[in-house]
Design a protein around this ligand. Structure first.
Ligand SMILES: C[S@@+](CC[C@H](N)C(=O)[O-])C[C@H]1O[C@@H](n2cnc3c(N)ncnc32)[C@H](O)[C@@H]1O
Length: 247
C-alpha cells in the first residue's frame, strides 16, 4: 500500500536534490524570508530536516547559528561536504524528528518549505511535542505548509539529469494519486544510473489553515500567526503558509 511506503532520501535522490537545489537556491523567496526573520533573533536555531544545507548554509554565512537534524545519512553526508566547501561549521545530528533527543534547547526551530508535509499525518503530534521539549521558554517555531495546487494524478515526467561528473541519471517522476479524504498526494520517483536504481516513494500531506491552527491549539501552543507565500503579494495563488508559534 502506498500509505505504508516511507518517504526517504537515499543515495541518488539526495545527489539530485543537491545538484538541482544547491546551497543558496531560494524557493519562492524562502531564504530571504528566513534570513530576515532569524537575523532579528538570538541563539541557536534547529533546522528540522536540514537536507543538503540549501537554506542552512546561506543562514550560517549571515552569522546565524544553525544546528542541523536529518534522518537521511546520505543527505547529511552531502551537508557535511557542503559545509566544508563553503568553509562553514555547524553542529548536526542524524535522527528522526519523532524521537530525537538533544541535550540542548533551541531559541528557534524552523522547518522550511515542504519538509513538514513529508511527515506521516499520524506522526505530526509526536513531532510537534518533541519540538516543544526542545524549545526554550521564549522560543519560536517556524513551520511551512505547502499545498498541492499543481498536482495532476496520472502525469509522468521523464528526463535525463546530468551529474557534475557527467554521469546521466534517468528520472521518471510519476504523480500517482491524490487522496482528498486523507489530504495526501502520492508520487513515485525512479532514479536510474548505470549501476543503481532507486525508487523514492514520496507522499505529501496537506492541512487546512484553520485545521492546523486547531491542532496547534490542542497541543497548547500559543501566539499562533500565519504568513502567506513568504509575504510575497505578487504571488496570487496560495502555495505556502508559514505558521509561527510559541509554547
Ligand atoms: C525536501 S528536503 C528539504 C531540505 C532543506 N530543509 C531544504 O529546505 O532544502 C526534506 C528533508 O527532510 C528530511 N526528513 C524528512 N522526514 C524526516 C524525519 N522524520 N526526520 C528527520 N528528517 C526528515 C529528509 O531526509 C530531507 O533531507
Amino acid at each position: 500500500m502506498e500509505n505504508n511506503k516511507k518517504n526517504y532520501y537515499g543515495n541518488i535522490s539526495s545527489l539530485v536534490y543537491n545538484q538541482s537545489k544547491p546551497p543558496g537556491t531560494s524557493i519562492d523567496g524562502d531564504i530571504e524570508f528566513y534570513t530576515n526573520e532569524l537575523i532579528k533573533r538570538e541563539g541557536l536555531v534547529l533546522e528540522a530536516g536540514v537536507g543538503n544545507g540549501r537554506i542552512a548554509i546561506p543562514l550560517l554565512r549571515k552569522g546565524i547559528s544553525i544546528f542541523g537534524l536529518d534522518n537521511s545519512k546520505e543527505m547529511l553526508t552531502i551537508y557535511k561536504g557542503n559545509l566544508k566547501k563553503y568553509n562553514m561549521e555547524s553542529q548536526l545530528i542524524l535522527g528522526d524528528l519523532i524521537n530525537f533527543k538533544a541535550d540542548i534547547k533551541f531559541e528557534t526551530i524552523i522547518m522550511p518549505n515542504g519538509s513538514f508535509c513529508l511527515l506521516n499525518r499520524d506522526d505530526i503530534v509526536y513531532v510537534l511535542n518533541n519540538f516543544k521539549n526542545h524549545l526554550t521558554d521564549n522560543g519560536k517555531i517556524y513551520l511551512d505548509l505547502i499545498y498541492p495546487t499543481s498536482f495532476k494524478p496520472g502525469n509522468i515526467h521523464e528526463y535525463d539529469f546530468v551529474l557534475d561528473n557527467n554521469d546521466i541519471i534517468k528520472i521518471k517522476n510519476k504523480a500517482i494519486s491524490i487522496d482528498w479524504a486523507l489530504q495526501r498526494t502520492y508520487t513515485e520517483l525512479e532514479y536510474k544510473s548505470n549501476s543503481e536504481i532507486e525508487i523514492q516513494p514520496f507522499s505529501l500531506w496537506w492541512y487546512g489553515v484553520e485545521e492546523f491552527k486547531l491542532i496547534l491549539e490542542k497541543l497548547k501552543f500559543k501566539n499562533i500567526e500565519t504568513i502567506k507565500n513568504y509575504n510575497n503579494i505578487k504571488n496570487l495563488n496560495l502555495k505556502t503558509v508559514t505558521f509561527i508559534f510559541e509554547k
